[in-house]
Design a protein around this ligand. Structure first.
Ligand code: NI
Ligand code: MN
Length: 251
């Protein structure tokens, strides 16, 4: 059971009544697209991934909108992913989860933040299972390399979400399906810096998620894409959920 909640409808009850009557006590997890590769995941914890909001022409939120966040996950050090992580972490008390080297870099250049450095592997933070997985890309401040790029598989309230970060398609995505099983995959389709629609459709074939949400397209001219083309390439084995910035998908 899942649905899209548009930004205009957030005032209405967020709970799916029919699901509650069937599965007592089980709440839904909300995945809100904030534009580009930025997402907010809301369940028993509030998690942000790659919160690039300032300077993002498609941003559906401002750093000031976040007062309480548990975790901020960073896939790599490029500005369109690291974004407002430090600013939000400071005001909302969030811990930043990142590749070890990025974590060290952030702590050394910013006072008053808490980071958790990983280096590809599984862990559990505040009751959320997180697997940091590889991605094929680079990671730098534009000049100096900082750590390696990654993706994340997050299990929150029984829902498994894969955020691929910036990456090209790779065959090891099959392993993610085999080891964890993916409910929702968030995949870049913009091309130029990442997979395009064709490669992302192949990734869907390897990952076998129930739902896929395209991201990292139409923010800037080099990554202009028609998500409907991606939807057509994926076919009917996985449901393609196209979110406008600000919209929430509930599962
Ligand atoms: Ni990047
Ligand atoms: Mn990027």
């Amino acid at each position: 059971m899942s649905r899209i909640v548009s930004s205009e409808r957030v005032k209405f009850p967020k709970v799916n009544i029919s699901r509650w009557s069937v599965l007592e006590g089980e709440k839904m997890v909300g995945i809100r697209f904030l534009g580009h590769a930025a997402f907010e995941i809301k369940g028993s914890k509030r998690i942000l991934i790659d919160p690039f909001l300032t300077g993002n022409p498609k941003a559906a939120a401002k750093p000031e909108d976040f007062d309480k966040v548990d975790l901020i996950l960073i896939t790599h050090a490029h500005g369109d992913h690291l974004g407002d992580a430090v600013k939000i972490a400071k005001r909302a008390g969030a811990k930043i989860v990142a590749m070890y080297d990025i974590s060290t870099y952030l702590v050394e250049s910013n006072k008053g933040i808490t980071t958790i450095g990983m280096n590809y592997g599984p862990t559990e933070i505040d009751g959320v299972k997180i697997v940091q997985v590889p991605a094929w890309h680079s990671s730098s401040d534009g000049k100096t390399n900082i750590g390696n790029p990654c993706g994340y598989i997050i299990e929150i309230d029984g829902v498994k979400i894969y955020h691929a970060g910036d990456t090209y398609v790779f065959k090891d995505m099959e392993l993610f399906a085999e080891l964890y099983g993916i409910d929702v995959a968030l995949l870049p389709i913009g091309g130029h810096f990442t997979m395009g629609p064709k490669e992302a459709a192949k990734a869907v074939e390897l990952l076998k998620p129930k739902y896929v949400i395209p991201m990292h397209y139409n923010t800037f001219p080099p990554i202009a894409q028609n998500p409907e083309e991606f939807k057509e390439l994926v076919g009917d084995k996985t449901e393609v959920v196209i979110l406008n910035p600000g919209e929430t998908f509930e599962i």
